[in-house]
Design a binder for this molecule. Structure first.
Ligand code: NAD
Length: 506
């Protein structure tokens, strides 16, 4: 395929890179496309020796990179953004082919990297600290932010490029170096991204170790979590993974930034614009085939509009076109692999056993357009909110409908799941909107009005509460997670007065 050639992806690819050198290892993992089920290429797995090598190079690079003025680091990130612009089409195609999301979403993912590069360039001149008035005469106090060191980035399969970009671009302008372990299900996208930044690193004679890539399954991630040389682990993936990584990092008093599972709801009130509600709900539930952390999994609908809305929703689901996500006009591509299909089928069975009633039935699709065995039909079930299955995240397009009569009950339903990532209300009523956004409203990291739960912009801090892990990435002041804060008090007088008026006479 031409896009693979353009991205310099071969049949067998080294999977360990220090930014300027690729290290060969013995074992490999295969990357399959969920679109047709065929192997795309292989990537070598990082072994312990290669890992040691990478960490040493990263430590060495940090000593150089942290001393480069932040705006100069921003200039490097600007050049990286330019390279991603140049490769947007090819990389977007690879993301779609390897992960299975639509081409529009694959291109959108690369656009997110470009956007975060632009954001990081501006940020490189705005890593502001504060100044404070001292209580002591002739004293000055201020705080400043310094680079923290090596940032270990562990990513999930569903955003195989953008989540790395959100982390790495900020970390670089902050003066850190990065070691990235992508999902074992999407290693080729990571190799392609590394080859893109490698050009900039070489062209600018930057230190080897600035941008490192390691590959493999959770074992390789476990090395990183336990590694005291990595002060910050930014891990994106399931809540199960986050609980394991968080424990290991905390045991060595390291810092973790966790971006974990979601179970996101839209509340549709009697004052909702139902046209908006339909678009937001259908895209939210079926975009990326239900494999976004922000996918809409629950609709909490006022009883006065419930039947009317359900009818429109069923009709919209029945019109969805499922197939090759690189073709025009297709709404829903495949799930990532056949294991994900099994989880989808199991959740549907469990939902039925627990009393859920399907108004659009689920189905694993077969036939010549669906040879990979990864294509499923998005489905809708009416449920009682207390069903255990409704409180878990199934990473597939299964949408649960529930009814409410009072807004407080709707907000309570929205909040009563263990996860706290994204939430929405569809209403034209200001009181309903403000109640949802108040301290007694949504308990999620993201609370939207008149739109769905998915599709965040890079300018805001992204992340969620409770079992979503509490981390914040991307925009706003999320950069502070990648730096260490230092408070400095300076005495420019001739006496040494102590704080709190304490006397210590010699
Ligand atoms: P996963 O947890 O199976 O794997 C994620 C990454 O963690 C992979 O690179 C994997 O190798 C690694 N890993 C797994 N166990 C580990 C361990 N014990 N120690 C170190 N590393 C380990 O998740 P997935 O199936 O790739 O992705 C889907 C999940 O990710 C969903 O739950 C989704 O909601 C979540 N997600 C969250 C966000 C967010 O920003 N909140 C974004 C994308 C995906």
């Amino acid at each position: 395929m031409q896009f693979l050639k353009n991205l310099n992806i071969n049949e067998t690819n080294a999977g360990t890179s220090t930014g300027t050198n690729w290290i060969s290892t013995n074992n490999h993992l295969d990357s399959f496309s969920p679109v047709d089920g065929k192997k795309i290429a292989t990537v070598q797995i990082t072994d312990e020796e290669a890992y040691k090598n990478v960490l040493q190079k990263a430590e060495d690079a940090f000593k150089v990179w942290r001393l480069l003025p932040a705006p100069k680091r921003g200039e490097i990130v600007r050049q990286m953004g330019e390279e991603f612009r140049r490769h947007k089409d090819d990389l977007g195609r690879l993301v779609s082919w390897e992960m299975g999301k639509s081409l529009q979403e694959g291109l959108g993912e690369v656009q997110e990297i470009i956007d975060i590069c632009d954001f990081a360039v501006g940020l490189s001149r705005q890593l502001y600290g504060l100044t404070m008035h001292s209580e002591r005469p002739n004293h000055r106090m201020y705080e400043q932010y310094h680079p923290i060191g090596i940032v270990g980035i562990i990513t999930a399969f569903n955003f195989p490029a953008a989540v790395w970009g959100w982390n790495a671009m900020l970390a670089w302008v902050c003066g850190d170096v990065c070691v990235w372990k992508p999902s074992e299900k999407t290693p080729l996208t990571a190799v392609a991204c590394q080859k893109i930044v490698e050009k900039v690193i070489k062209a600018n004679n930057l230190p080897e170790g600035l941008s490192c890539l390691i590959n493999g399954d959770r074992n390789v991630g476990e090395w990183m979590a336990a590694d005291e040389r990595i002060p910050l682990i930014s891990a994106t993936g399931s809540t199960r993974m986050g609980k394991e990584v968080g424990k290991v990092v905390a045991a060595r008093l390291g810092r973790s930034l966790l971006e974990l599972g979601g179970n996101n709801a839209i509340i549709i009130t009697p004052n909702a614009d139902l046209k908006l509600a339909i678009v937001g709900s259908v895209f939210g539930a079926t975009g990326t085939t239900g494999q976004r952390c922000t996918t809409t999994r629950r609709l909490i609908i006022h009883s006065s509009v419930y039947e009317q809305f359900k009818e429109q929703l069923v009709s919209a689901f029945n019109q969805l076109k499922i197939g090759n996500p690189l073709e025009d006009g297709i709404h829903v591509g495949p799930l990532i692999d056949t294991h994900a299909v099994q989880l989808y089928s199991k959740a549907i069975e469990e939902c039925k056993v627990q009393g859920g009633r399907f108004v659009v039935e689920g189905e694993v699709l077969s036939g010549s357009s669906y040879t990979s065995g990864c294509y499923v039909k998005p489905c809708i079930a009416e449920v009682d909110s207390q069903l255990p299955i409704v409180k878990t995240e199934t990473f597939a397009p299964i949408l649960y409908l529930m009814k409410y009569d009072h807004l407080e009950d709707a907000i309570a339903l929205q909040n009563e799941v263990p996860q706290g990532l994204s939430s929405s209300i569809i209403t034209t009523n200001m009181r309903e909107m403000e109640a949802f956004l108040s301290a007694a409203g949504s308990d999620c990291g993201i609370a939207n009005v008149n739109m769905g739960t998915s599709g965040a912009e890079i300018g805001g801090a992204f992340g969620g509460e409770k079992e979503t892990g509490g981390g914040r990435e991307s925009g706003s002041d999320a950069w502070k997670a990648y730096m260490r804060r230092q408070t400095s008090s300076i005495n420019y007088g001739k006496d040494l007065p102590l704080a709190q008026g304490i006397k210590f006479d010699l």
